[in-house]
Design a protein around this ligand. Structure first.
Ligand code: G1P
Length: 296
């Protein structure tokens, strides 16, 4: 069973400026909680017990968000605000721990994951969740990460979450080539090649890597040897492509929806989607939507 997850959160989030100037982009709110809380809760829902944040000195708000705020809790208790107090105490369950380690230099996603090596070790499989990507598992019996973990347990093959993207945006992603047909949603197929940010027209398919990975600990020595690739950064995609020569790596086709929260329109779409069905604000939000619709 995979119990540990690495969340790289050291990046400056230049695509989210000015919102991300003084707060981490992962702390931008979707309805009533920061993006990172959705990602951590997705991991927890899939059975993850240990979350490793690979972070930067300017992003301590993320660690604070998952820490106990004793004075605040005392104050809420004294004022009888029990509902709010419970909500704060339940941000993460007691049996889940958040650990952080610094990425001293921005050398790429592969390098960020490598920074977690002293905590994860080379002998245990682990998950990687990129917090730019919100994965919405609404209506599914189990979320996609849980589906990937099940596939890993059954096959012992690394799992990389993928989805079809329009061909004209394939250059923004890691793109995979597969053996055989594209699997149905919720299924996996063997990867025969991977390329990070292919040149337009040279993509091996339109199946893009969507920010969720299950990798064996053996990826760490490979990452340590991986030289800078696309964008002159140490790319996780390149290390996974090397891993393929040693063991099977599979593409897991996602079932849920995804929002790119490294981008303003992605935030807005996620806000729309989550607000419409929010237990507390959903009704009011739907009224707002219809008012704005009728005024349009
Ligand atoms: C990263 C990965 C890329 C993946 C993308 C979306 O790129 O390197 O392979 O397709 O996330 O999950 P970035 O968006 O950080 O440039």
């Amino acid at each position: 069973m995979i119990r540990k997850a690495v969340l790289p959160v050291a990046g400056f989030g230049t695509r989210c400026l000015p919102a991300s100037k003084a707060i981490p982009k992962e702390m931008i709110t979707i309805v009533d909680k920061p993006v990172i809380q959705y990602v951590v809760q997705e991991a927890v829902a899939a059975g993850i017990k240990e979350i490793v944040l690979v972070t930067h000195s300017s992003k301590s708000a993320i660690e604070n968000h998952f820490d106990k705020h004793f004075e605040l809790e005392m104050q809420l208790e004294a004022k009888g605000k029990t509902e709010l107090l419970e909500e704060l105490r339940n941000i993460i369950p007691d049996d889940v721990s958040i650990i952080s380690i610094r990425q001293p230099e921005a050398l790429g996603l592969g390098h960020a994951v490598l920074c977690a090596r002293p905590i994860i070790g080379d002998n245990e499989p682990f998950a990687v969740l990129l917090p730019d990507v919100l994965v919405d598992g609404e209506g599914l019996a189990q979320n996609d990460l849980a589906g990937m973990i099940k596939a890993y347990d059954e096959t012992n093959s690394a799992q990389i979450m993928v989805e079809n993207v329009p061909q004209d945006v394939a250059y923004k992603y890691g793109i995979v080539a597969l053996e055989g047909d594209t699997p149905a949603a919720g299924q996996s197929a063997k990867i025969t090649g991977m390329v990070e940010k292919p040149k337009s027209g040279e993509e091996p398919s339109t199946l893009a890597v969507i920010g969720r990975y299950l990798l064996p600990g053996q990826i760490f020595p490979i990452l340590a040897e991986t030289t800078p690739g696309a964008g002159n950064e140490i790319q996780l995609t390149d290390a996974i492509d090397t891993l393929r020569s040693k063991q099977d790596v599979s593409a897991y086709r996602m079932q849920g929806d995804t929002y790119d929260c490294g981008h303003q329109l992605g935030y807005l779409e996620a806000t729309l989607s989550f607000a419409r069905r929010h237990p507390k604000y959903g009704e009011g939000f739907r009224e707002l939507l219809s008012r704005y619709n009728s005024e349009a």
